[in-house]
Design a protein around this ligand. Structure first.
Ligand code: KIV
Ligand code: ZN
Length: 386
């Protein structure tokens, strides 16, 4: 049986760090319940110490979510871990997620600590978090720009201290699929206790590679992916949940892995987030964009009407849409036109059809999209307002 990759959703934490994407308590609760219906394995509900509002959101989500693990983020500081633990009270499956930077640039300029101090700090804070919670995730911030030998050392040490998940973030979206594959493979090969824990990856999209890098990490043995709905997140965002999940679902020949995601809930979840935040989804966004299942050109429309697989590698139904969309425009052909006329309940003789099609092409040259109303007007030989 295919192995299930864990989906760690951070829409409510990293996603919320995206400009314009902040959510109030009731919006976060609505989103968390939808994420549970979607079937994510972990909901990162917030960063408890960041603000009283964040604390409350994590706390309320922890109480209402019944079957999904709820994580709260904490820097590797006792006060952060205390707040995270407190916010998670009432959670059926709590996780404390603590992080500390491991790249030279972050250690030197941000933390002002030596690698030895960082290692000791990480171990102490994992042990500290462990007093509150069995499930502790440790993230090596900026891992993709860290010395791999140092990562092996710190990951082994935190696993020995009780970490249940080690996370490898590409914090600034800098890595490439090959490079990230090698990093994850290296961690698997050089961290002796690695088999005791989940290997997680957390990729940002600064160079547009977040999904590709996450998939490459899975090939190298990562067992958890961190991602957000619609790919929202800091700067250019995080790996998009819907793209990752549908890659695994559509390309079983490449991955032979599953997820617990109910893919039919994908579209609804995406729309909910967009309506809550007011942030629109770009029309050509993979999987959930308005045009992801739309066909305009005549050749494509003809193909899809004959057999959907000609131009659709997944069905719209698989993500919870009822049907694909045939957009009638200047590139559309006769097959799609006839199909639409029949769908609208009309049947035309050959001559009338030829005339209507001719008028449709003239109209399509002037309008971006020809609507059903326009078609009806044409068919009834009414004048069409342009
Ligand atoms: O991008 C990042 O490194 C993070 C960590 C806190 C996991 O968001
Ligand atoms: Zn991040």
């Amino acid at each position: 049986m295919a192995k299930a990759i864990k989906i760690f959703d951070t829409t409510l934490r990293d996603g919320e760090q995206s400009p314009g994407c902040s959510m109030n308590l009731s919006e976060k609760l609505e989103m968390a319940l939808q994420l549970e219906r979607l079937g994510v394995d972990v909901i990162e509900a917030g960063f408890a110490i960041a603000s009283p509002g964040d604390f409350k959101s994590v706390h309320e989500i922890a109480k209402v979510v019944k079957h999904t693990r709820v994580a709260s983020l904490a820097r590797a500081l006792t006060k952060d871990i205390d707040a995270a633990a407190e916010s998670l009270k009432g959670a059926a499956y709590p996780r404390i997620h603590t992080f500390l930077a491991t790249s030279d640039i972050h250690m030197q300029y941000k933390l002002k600590k030596t690698p030895e101090e960082v290692l000791q700090n990480a171990v102490e804070m994992v042990k500290y978090a462990k007093k509150y919670c069995e499930d502790v995730e440790f993230s090596a911030e900026d891992a993709s720009r860290s010395d791999p030998a140092f990562l092996y050392q710190i990951f082994e040490a935190v696993i020995k201290a009780g970490a249940t998940v080690i996370n490898v973030p590409d914090t600034v979206g800098y890595t490439s699929p090959d490079e990230f594959y090698n990093l994850i493979a290296g961690i698997r090969d050089h961290v002796p206790s690695i088999d005791k824990v989940d290997i997680s990856v957390h990729c940002h999209n600064d160079l547009g590679m977040a999904v590709a890098n996450s998939l490459s990490a899975i090939k190298a043995g990562a067992t958890q992916i961190e991602c957000t709905v619609n790919g929202i997140g800091e700067r250019a965002g995080n790996a998009a949940l819907e793209e990752l999940v549908m890659n695994l679902s559509v390309r079983k020949d490449l991955y032979d892995l599953t997820t617990n995601i109910q893919t039919k809930e994908i579209y609804k979840t995406s729309k909910l987030l967009s309506s809550i935040t007011g942030v629109k989804i770009q029309p050509n966004k993979a999987i959930v964009g308005e045009n992801a299942f739309a066909h305009e050109s005549g050749i494509h429309q003809h193909g899809v009407l004959a057999n959907k697989s000609t131009y659709e590698i997944m069905t719209p139904e698989s993500i919870g849409l009822t049907e694909n969309k045939m957009v009638l425009g200047k590139h559309s052909g006769r097959h799609a036109f006839v199909d639409r006329i029949e769908m609208l309940g009309y049947a035309l003789e050959e001559d009338a059809l030829n005339k209507a099609f001719e008028q449709f092409k003239m109209l399509a040259d002037k309008k971006k999209v020809v609507t059903d109303k326009d078609i009806e007007a044409l068919v009834r030989r009414k004048t069409v307002a342009i």
